[in-house]
Structures are given as structure tokens and as C-alpha cells.
Design a protein around this ligand. Structure first.
Ligand SMILES: O=P(O)(O)OC[C@H]1O[C@@H](O)[C@@H](O)[C@@H](O)[C@@H]1O
Length: 588
């Protein structure tokens, strides 16, 4: 199956790391012999059953799956009867009128998160078992195969969201139930607001009954293990630690910082803008056994273990992991668009999201001249600003942004607070660690510096939506007084300090920094901790009853609430500085 990306396909076997630094393939070790490879071994395992239900995510290459398995069964001398579940889908016309209300018309970005169910896609009246009872193996396959209620072995084929999007960009896949690909922005919107919520709900339902899990991202080469080993692995993870597999995207303002430092990345790209460090709706988790890597989507962990992972916050957030870490690299790149994010009631009403995109920028590294645009100038005239934005949009003339928006100097370890409604953007020469609430696409752009995106098109603006959400009180000296965190040492010992970087009252999460020479002991206090070494070389994480784990500079990892206590040991020669973020008790 075709993919369009400059990113490497993940290797089957984990390679020795080039050096002791940031790894793009973090994995969680499970018992030896757990992970298997290839269609031949999979067919040998499946041949033990006479009825197979091959279900899985949208974007899976079902043609490859069924052709390869069937060929392997024939080679083994086994006869098969095969049913494609797509044969029972409702017509495209019916599906279109069903999903259209959630797709926001021709808006290039925004729709409304659907409440449809997978069963709505199928015509149950036509659904009947037409499989031949006299064969050795009966197979129903395709996304939604479980809808046929066939009593058989459930095999689930998963596909990571990065590979799904690379297949989408190659026009190799379509939205659920539809025969042809469409414009990529429209297709992503359809995935995000319709296909993913539906199939995630379904995945949660199926997870306890999955017999075999298959990672389908490597064309022609599935990697698989038993559902029981998957569930056991998720349980162990929920009691110890996890680091998701990050992925990386170039962008119009992207920079060179990550490209220069993350050695396993393909350097043959103009830049890297984003690292999806831990934007969990888009990340996966890698299991490793005898060097072999198998990936499942992050939400599997939440579907099975949200209480262990989130502790007190599970009550409010359920299966949704609340905190996001990502990098925005503008080193030798450009300014982000001038933007703001929606109010909580707006994101709920307009887009169906449960909580809003309240952000912060932690400055991991900064050039000498680095700045962050934040808040309005004293005395801002909202109408005048809107007129200027609209004039700039229609005339294509540059806008004098600083006439309206403040620019604050940015230094390493500064924390800028960006609650919803705050006008902001990172300037050039920053390596921003965004510590944010998880929503990530709800960005209302007002001005994009009159430049084109990497495909040569202007990026969509949302001036009207921005004005429904902008907070014009955030102006003048109030901005540096209330939107730049004032670090305060809370406790300290001989060679360590615990520093509070208070967030805004609108932020449901808090941020601390531990600075230490040798070791610190930390309690989770019933909350999941998301961490990153923001200065130093590497640290070791110790959780009682688990093997110690090493994390390098700039790697994001998490310690679930149920781990209760953990220690961080400095493995470098200089002071270690570690950021810890977690949900505030009062926000649960
Ligand atoms: O909207 P641009 O200019 O690309 O700016 C970058 C913004 O990107 C969005 O997709 C989100 O990740 C925001 O949190 C981020 O601030």
C-alpha cells in the first residue's frame, strides 16, 4: 500500500541506538517470544480455529490481509469461505446523509464530533451468514466484521495514525464506508470527527475479546501477538510508566532544532515543525519482545486502564487522556500564525469536544533574539483590530502585528500561559514545549504573515471564530503580570529543589520543575504525571517492582497515578531539570 511521507517506516526489529540520546522508537518490554512476524506464522495460528472474524481500524489494507492469509491457508491445504463485511454497508448516499451533519460543510478544518455508532453503517436487514459450512475455515473480514455476530476467533488489525495519514496523503485509503478518497483536509476532518470516534468506541468494546492483535503498518509484514499478552502488557504499563511513540511533521514555520539533534529522523526534509510528543489521539504505544516491535493505538491503554492511569482525574476525563506535550520548532524557521483557542462552552457547542485547548509554552531552548507574541497592547481597539485583519486578508498586505499584540522576550525555561481566548504565537528561534490540554486542532488563525503553506497555498483563516473567543482584557501590563509564570521554590534539600511554575486559574493542570544533582523521590498523589528532562543528559526512573528505565533529554514520558511513588536518578554530569505536569486536584 502506498504512503506519502519522508518519514521512515518503523523497522520490525529495534536497532541499537546510534548514541545515548532522544529515541523515536520508545518501547515497553514484554516477555520473550510474545511477538510474532509475517502472514505465514499468523495463518498457522489462525488455522487452529474454524471461524475467523478479522476486524480492525480504518485504513488497514484489507486486500493485502485477505489475499495473503487465504494464500497461506491454501498452501496448508485448507479450504476457506470468505465474506467481506463491506457487502452489508449501507449505500454511499445513505451514509453521506448520515455523516454530513458532523462534517461542517466545506469548512477545511472543523466539524462536530459524532455520536454515531458503527452499527449505523450497516444494513442489518441484508446481513446474513452466507458462509459455506463445509469448508475448513470460515472468514468474515473488514472494518466492522464483528457486526455480523459470528461466533469465531476475533483478530484485530490496528494501524497507527501517522501511517494512516501517510496512506491518506497517497490517496491509498478512504473514509469508512466510502469508495474514493477526497481532498486531504476534508478526509482528515472526516476521520477526526466521524471515523475515529466511531471506531475508537468499537475498539473499546472489542478489546477484552481480542484473541490476536495485529499491527498492520508495515506493508506485507504484519506483526502480531495474543490479545491476552496485549491486555497483560497494558496492565503492567498502567502501573509503571509509558512513553508514546512520537512522530514528526514539517510545516511552514518549522525549524532545524529537532533535525539537528534527533539522530534517527530522516534529515532529508526542509524542516520539522511539530513533534507529536504526546498528542495521544494521534500516538501509539510500542511493545517489544526479543527486539521485535508491535504498535497499538494509545487509547487501548485508556480503554482498559483509565482508572490506573488517571487516578483521581479518571472521574472527569474518563477515557480521554487530558494532557498534551508537543514541540513547536521555529529555530531558523518562522513565526507561528497569530491565533487563539476557543472558550470551553464554545468548543463543546460548536465542535462537540469535552474540554478546551488551554495551552502553555515552556521554552526548552531559545535563540538570543527569541520572542513570544502574547496578549494585546494597552488600549487595544477590537473593531480597529478586526478591520485591520480583514483588510490584510483581502488586500494581501502585511499587518503591523506589534501595533496590536505584545512581544515578550523568551528565554530558556520560561513558561508562558495561554488560557483560551488569549492572542498569541511563538516567534522565530524558539524550541517550544507546548504543555497543553489535549485538544490540538482548534486553532483560530487570524494572520499568517502573508505566506503560503508547503504546498503553495494560503492557510485557512478564522477571524470571525477568533473574535467570538478573544479576551480583550488581556492587554497592557496585565499580560506579563498574569500570563508569565513566576517560579517559586516550594521545598528543597541538599542538592535538589522543587519549583512551582503556577499556571492560570483556567488551566486544569499544574506544572512543577525538579532540579537535582543526584536523586529525587516523588509521589503521584493519585494523579498521572507527565514528565520531560528539560536540561541534563539522562535520568533513570525507578518505580517499585519495575525495571529501571532511562529517559534522555527532551523525551516525554508518564508515570501513571497507580505507581504511587517513584524516583528520578540523575545519570548525567550536570544538574538535571525535569518538568512534571498533572491535573490539579480541584479540577477533578
Ligand atoms: O497554527 P500554526 O501557525 O501552525 O501554529 C501552531 C499551532 O498548531 C496547531 O495545530 C496546534 O498544535 C496548536 O497548539 C499550535 O499552537
Amino acid at each position: 500500500m502506498k504512503r506519502k511521507t519522508s518519514q521512515f517506516l518503523i523497522p520490525v526489529e529495534k536497532k541499537e541506538q546510534i548514541d545515548s540520546s532522544y529515541s523515536i522508537y520508545p518501547s515497553f518490554s514484554i516477555e520473550s517470544g510474545a511477538i510474532n512476524e509475517g502472514y505465514t506464522t499468523l495463518a498457522m495460528e489462525l488455522a487452529k480455529s474454524d471461524t475467523l472474524v478479522l476486524d480492525g481500524y480504518v485504513g488497514v489494507d484489507w486486500n493485502e490481509v485477505i489475499t495473503s492469509l487465504n494464500a497461506a491457508f491454501q498452501k496448508m491445504g485448507l479450504s476457506t469461505s470468505i465474506q467481506n463485511i463491506d457487502g452489508f454497508l449501507k449505500s454511499e448516499g445513505e451514509l453521506k446523509s448520515m455523516v454530513d451533519p458532523f462534517l461542517g460543510g466545506d469548512d477545511p478544518i472543523f466539524g462536530f464530533r459524532t455520536n454515531l455508532e458503527l452499527s449505523d453503517y450497516f444494513d442489518k436487514t441484508r446481513m446474513s451468514n452466507v458462509l459455506d459450512d463445509k469448508v475448513d475455515i470460515k472468514i468474515v473480514y473488514g472494518t466492522g466484521a464483528s457486526e455480523m455476530d459470528l461466533d469465531g476467533k476475533l483478530v484485530y488489525f490496528d494501524l497507527p495514525k501517522n501511517e494512516l495519514q501517510y496512506r491518506m496523503r497517497a490517496n491509498a485509503i478512504t473514509n469508512l464506508g466510502f469508495g474514493s478518497p477526497k481532498d486531504h483536509k476534508q478526509m482528515y476532518k472526516h476521520f477526526y470527527f466521524v471515523d475515529w470516534p466511531i471506531l475508537n468506541k468499537e475498539k473499546k468494546k472489542l478489546l477484552p475479546n481480542i484473541s490476536i492483535i495485529v499491527d498492520q503498518q508495515r506493508p506485507g509484514h504484519p506483526v502480531w501477538m495474543s490479545g491476552k499478552k496485549l491486555r497483560d502488557g497494558l496492565k503492567r504499563m498502567s502501573q509503571s510508566h509509558f512513553r508514546v511513540r512520537p512522530w514528526f511533521e514539517p510545516g511552514v514555520w518549522g525549524g532545524q532544532w529537532m533535525k539537528d539533534r534527533f539522530k534517527e529522523l530522516n534529515p532529508d526534509v526542509p524542516n520539522y515543525a511539530w513533534s507529536f510528543e504526546m498528542i495521544v489521539p494521534e500516538n501509539g504505544l510500542l511493545f517489544e519482545s526479543d527486539g521485535a516491535l508491535l504498535e497499538v493505538s494509545f487509547d487501548m491503554l485508556m480503554f482498559q486502564e483509565s482508572e490506573n492511569v488517571l487516578g483521581k482525574a479518571a472521574h472527569r476525563f474518563g477515557d480521554e487522556f487530558p494532557i498534551r506535550f508537543d514541540f513547536l520548532d521555529t529555530f531558523q524557521g518562522g513565526n507561528l500564525s497569530v491565533q487563539c483557542h476557543p472558550k470551553p462552552e464554545y468548543i463543546k457547542k460548536e465542535f462537540g469536544e469535552n474540554f478546551t485547548q488551554d495551552e502553555t509554552y515552556y521554552i526548552l531552548d531559545a535563540g538570543e533574539d527569541a520572542e513570544v507574541y502574547l496578549g494585546f497592547q494597552e488600549g487595544i481597539d477590537p473593531n480597529g483590530f478586526k478591520r485591520a485583519l480583514e483588510h490584510s486578508y483581502t488586500s494581501k498586505e502585511e499587518l503591523d502585528v506589534e501595533k496590536y499584540v505584545q512581544k515578550l522576550p523568551a528565554h530558556k525555561h520560561d513558561l508562558f500561559l495561554i488560557p483560551h481566548g488569549t492572542i498569541h504565537c511563538s516567534g522565530i528561534n524558539n524550541m517550544v514545549l507546548e504543555i497543553s490540554a489535549t485538544p490540538y486542532i482548534f486553532t483560530f488563525k487570524m494572520y499568517d504573515w502573508q505566506r503560503m503553506d508547503l504546498e503553495g497555498n494560503p492557510r485557512p483563516m478564522n477571524i470571525d471564530k477568533a473574535f467570538e473567543n478573544l479576551n480583550f482584557d488581556r492587554q497592557g501590563p496585565k499580560v506579563s503580570d498574569t500570563l508569565v509564570a513566576k517560579p517559586k521554590t516550594e521545598v528543597s534539600g541538599d542538592d535538589w529543589e522543587k519549583i512551582h511554575l503556577p499556571t492560570h486559574k483556567d488551566h486544569f493542570y499544574d506544572i512543577y520543575r525538579y532540579e537535582f544533582d543526584s536523586k529525587v523521590a516523588i509521589g503521584t498523589n493519585g494523579q498521572c504525571h507527565v514528565l520531560m528532562l528539560v536540561e541534563g543528559e539522562s535520568i533513570e526512573l525507578e518505580v517499585e517492582g519495575c525495571e529501571a528505565q532511562t529517559f534522555h533529554f527532551a523525551e516525554t514520558f508518564a508515570v501513571p497515578a497507580s505507581a504511587e511513588n517513584y524516583s528520578l536518578v540523575n545519570k548525567g554530569k550536570t544538574k538535571a531539570k525535569v518538568i512534571v505536569s498533572f491535573v490539579k486536584d480541584e479540577a477533578c
